[in-house]
Design a protein around this ligand. Structure first.
Ligand SMILES: Nc1ncnc2c1ncn2[C@@H]1O[C@H](COP(=O)(O)OP(=O)(O)OP(=O)(O)O)[C@@H](O)[C@H]1O
Ligand SMILES: [Mg+2]
Length: 339
């Protein structure tokens, strides 16, 4: 069935909500992703990223609200949604005891790719993800990065219009992660598709995404380009560490009065100042501290990172290192699914 309307957006949601009993995993989110964009959800464990993606890929039904993928409603038109998407889950789904090529053959059959095209499509994808040399070896011999590339290849065989990648580089070392970013960019350019991804990693969102939605506690806190997010905080971050028991409050209220200061975060004896003219502000900070008799233990001037952006919108640091609990949860889920 051809959609009768001209579809401008690859993803559109309207007050999308998903509850599991008392837990509202996705809480009334409305946003859209344009055709051809790489859009990322950045958020900590339990933010609701995977749940949103599972609704988009028709694996979960929304409790209320609407989601359209390539113009098709996930609740009313799941079949058409599935024909238009590729989905690479957080946990690997390839069969370890089959070769890379056999895994792709299986995937091609599951996706009903015409018989006479299967061979050429697999050859093309293997070339793209640089697994031609390893294609006839069992996946059990592959590194984590190779497995992830094979996972991604499986989601691409039927040439989807929208590719969903749930935490594409979680658990991989930084070099491998960078390689995967290269492949994602290559795939995006080659197939002219929309990519929606989720991540814990600031650097990943910054490197890959045209726009980012910061998600926390089921809500989208902000959507913007990585550059705009950083600009909103000014172009410099001044981190000040002062002696404990100092007169914090007067110090903070005087800092707030300084011209060019856009935002101040405070955490015990550490003060972070977002500003547009850091070099001129530092002498003023020293003037204020000496007037109030406050001992400044250290002061540094850096560029804002997405970490800073995340803190400024959510009030806390992104917890990218507490995934142990979640990995256990995922493994328990996989075991249940396999049983
Ligand atoms: N099947 C389920 N039953 C009950 N609660 C669930 C279920 N799936 C998710 N949740 C809860 O919904 C919330 C959002 O979970 P979700 O997996 O979407 O988060 P996430 O942002 O993908 O986290 P992570 O970064 O750890 O993958 C969490 O509180 C989670 O415990
Ligand atoms: Mg998740």
């Amino acid at each position: 069935m051809q959609n009768a309307f001209i579809v401008l957006y690859s993803i559109e949601t309207n007050s999308l909500t998903k509850s599991f009993g008392d837990v509202t995993a996705v809480n009334d989110i409305s946003f859209s992703v344009e055709k051809g964009e790489i859009f990322g959800f950045l958020g900590p464990n339990g933010a609701g990223k995977s749940t949103t993606m599972m609704i988009f890929t028709t694996l979960l039904k929304p409790t209320s609200g609407q989601a359209l993928i390539s113009g098709f409603d996930v609740s009313k038109n799941a079949k058409h949604v599935r024909e238009n998407i590729g989905y690479v889950q957080q946990e690997s789904t390839v069969d370890e005891y089959l070769t890379g090529r056999e895994n792709l053959l299986l995937q091609a059959k599951l996706n009903h790719i015409p018989k006479n095209e299967i061979r050429s499509r697999i050859d093309e994808i293997l070339e793209l993800i640089e697994l031609v040399d390893k294609q006839n070896e069992a996946v059990v011999t592959y590194s984590g990065g190779m497995r992830k590339r094979l996972d991604i290849a499986g989601g691409l065989l039927h040439r989807p219009k929208v590719l969903f990648l749930d935490e594409p580089t979680v658990g991989l070392d930084i070099q491998t992660r960078r390689k995967i970013w290269e492949y994602i960019r290559k795939i995006h350019a080659e197939f002219d598709m929309t990519i929606f991804l989720t991540t814990h990693y600031m650097e990943e969102a910054d490197n890959l995404c045209d726009r980012i939605g910061i998600m926390d506690d089921g809500k989208i806190q902000v959507i913007d380009t990585p550059q705009n997010m950083k600009n909103a905080l000014g172009n410099e971050v001044i981190s000040i560490s002062i002696e404990e028991n100092s007169n914090h409050n007067s110090f903070l209220s005087e800092l707030r009065e300084i011209e060019f200061v856009k935002k101040i975060n405070e955490n015990d004896s550490k003060i972070t100042l977002f500003a547009s003219n850091g070099a001129e502000i530092i002498p003023i900070i020293f003037q204020i501290s000496s007037k109030l008799g406050i001992v400044v233990k250290s002061i540094s001037l850096t560029q804002p990172t997405l970490d800073d952006v995340f803190i400024s919108y959510t009030g806390h640091e992104i917890r990218s290192d507490d995934s142990g609990f979640n990995r256990k949860r995922e493994h328990a889920k996989m075991k249940r699914l396999r049983a």
